[in-house]
Design a protein around this ligand. Structure first.
Ligand code: BES
Ligand code: MN
Ligand code: ZN
Length: 497
């Protein structure tokens, strides 16, 4: 996709689709007057007739018929002017560009909306591109017939030279970030018979080569030998697709020998539940149980391309969770890399077992400045927060605050849940130090309490992305399937680190 910004009068532009944004409850917006005049009132007609009211995400098309060079005008609703923000811009642009694509447009020009007070045109342009590129994403790898309608070029129309320069300087960055998000979405959408632990290792290898990252891949024998009792146990039910443990490092800019920021991603390439097998209904969704791993890979890709300054190390425990004659069982007791021993109550609470190893390993071997894990960890998180926010838990108020801030700014919202010590009662075990599952109460929190044992006093935050990694119906600027959640937030966090 080619994206650029130029100064130009919309009424003079030859394009497949001229996208003009308009808020609700307004007469003709000032910046649309020239186009309206040149088309003898086509825009005011759409407004007057009530065919277009400017509601968020609404769009209307009109054909200027040669009065201006644009082949069609696409009027895009921004919602109530008092409620317009970056998120509504993402949404409107996503809707408008999908409509343009479906109409067969290959090239689109977007006039930057004039939004009063507060938001600068740089961030607005950024939001329009983000929303557009995220919404236009399609996963077609296994479709025999690929859709022929594709937008190939998007041009933003700026009003001044300063605006143009400002926007052009951010376009490359945004494109890198969203391409990285879409790279992660491809991994998460990929079926479990393709995206295996070995496949993830291969993708990491490719990434390491392309972005000049350091990479270590540990295979099943080394995982066992290193004493990763959690990852070993979860993986032994699979006789075909064997586990990997990936450590992938971006050295950062400038000073060497700094403490890194550690990112840990849950990489269960398929979660059947194991011996504590899941119900058949909806089990196919469990191919997305490696969304945390995909987010870590996507973040490293973007960080390297953006040449961010912090040193970042990603840790990915990757395995299937399958039932078989060799599978681990409820009642088994495991020894993770370090930290408390674990009694297995449910083999379906496997995520925390593999994360325990990865967190402990990362903290011991790398002494990170901070460690953040991303995991599709609990169904309970979907019950608590639905799909509008990821769960956030951790042991360091400063880190938590920064993550909440980055969440707001990136549009990837998070909501904190507490880790009061009283919640620890639920995972006390009679035979081992702790157990991997409590009762049904506060499931996301007990998951967090479990992980907390393995980070020592390293500043740590856990993002439960079970509800946000995947869309069944599609919402905001996401279609059905993977969202690539986490990358936009982490990049924002690391940019401001
Ligand atoms: N991968 C699941 C969590 C999940 C559920 C993610 C639905 C996305 C959608 C995780 O491994 C799991 O099975 N968690 C259990 C934990 C329980 C046994 C303590 C759960 O949520 O039921
Ligand atoms: Mn599970
Ligand atoms: Zn799982």
């Amino acid at each position: 996709m080619k994206i650029s910004c130029q100064i130009g009068k919309p009424e003079k532009i030859k394009t497949d689709a001229l996208v003009l944004f308009a808020p609700q409850e307004q007469k003709l917006p000032r910046d649309l007057i020239p186009v309206d005049r040149a088309t003898r009132g086509q825009i005011s007609k759409l407004l007057k007739s009530g065919d277009f009211s400017g509601k968020e995400g609404e769009s209307a098309v009109s054909y200027p018929d040669g009065r201006i060079p644009a082949q069609r005008i696409l009027l895009a609703g921004l919602g109530k002017i008092s409620e317009v923000n970056l998120e509504t811009c993402r949404y409107s642009a996503g809707k408008a560009l999908c409509r343009a694509r479906d109409l067969g447009a290959r090239e689109c020009h977007l006039l930057l909306p004039e939004i009063p007070a507060g938001v600068g045109s740089g961030p607005i342009a950024q939001a329009l591109i983000e929303g557009g590129l995220l919404a236009l994403y399609q996963y077609e790898e296994y479709k025999t017939e690929k859709s022929k309608k594709q937008i190939q070029k998007i041009t933003l129309l700026a009003r001044s030279e300063t605006e143009r320069r400002l926007i052009n300087s951010t376009i490359t960055k945004i494109q890198i970030i969203i391409e990285s998000v879409n790279f992660a979405r491809d991994l998460v959408n990929g079926p479990g018979n393709k995206v295996t632990p070995e496949f993830l290792a291969g993708e990491a290898r490719r990434l390491a080569r392309e972005e000049r990252l350091k990479l270590k891949i540990f295979g099943p024998a080394e995982i066992k030998k290193m004493g990763m009792g959690g990852l070993s146990a979860v993986s032994v039910g699979s006789t075909r697709n064997l586990p990997r443990f990936l450590v992938i490092e971006y050295p950062g800019k400038g000073r060497t020998g700094r403490k890194p920021v550690a990112l840990v991603g849950k990489g269960i390439t398929f979660d059947s539940g194991g011996i504590s097998i899941k119900p058949a209904n909806g089990m196919e969704e469990m191919k997305t149980d490696m969304a945390g791993a995909a987010a870590v890979l996507g973040t490293l890709r973007a960080a390297a391309r953006l040449k961010l300054s912090p040193r970042i190390v990603g840790f990915i425990p990757a395995t299937e969770n399958m039932p078989s004659g060799s599978a681990y069982r409820p009642g088994d007791v495991l020894r993770p890399y370090s930290g408390p021993t674990v009694e297995v109550i449910s083999t379906d609470a496997e995520g925390r077992l593999i994360l325990a190893d990865a967190l402990a390993y990362a903290c011991k071997k790398y002494r990170p400045e901070a460690i953040i894990d991303l995991a599709t960890l609990t169904g309970a998180c979907i019950i608590a927060l639905g799909r509008e926010a990821s769960g956030l838990l951790g042991n360091d108020p400063k880190l938590i605050k920064k993550i909440i801030q980055a969440g707001e700014e990136s549009g990837e919202r998070v909501w904190q849940l507490p880790l009061w010590k009283e919640y620890g009662e639920a995972i006390k075990s009679n035979v081992a130090d702790i157990k991997n599952s409590g009762n049904r109460e506060a499931g996301t929190i007990t998951g967090g309490m479990f992980l907390k044992h393995y980070v020592g006093d390293t500043p740590w935050a856990h993002l439960d992305i079970a509800g946000t990694a995947h869309e069944e119906k599609g919402r905001r600027y996401f279609g059905k399937g993977a969202t690539g959640v986490g990358i936009r937030l982490l990049i924002k966090l690391l940019q401001d680190w």
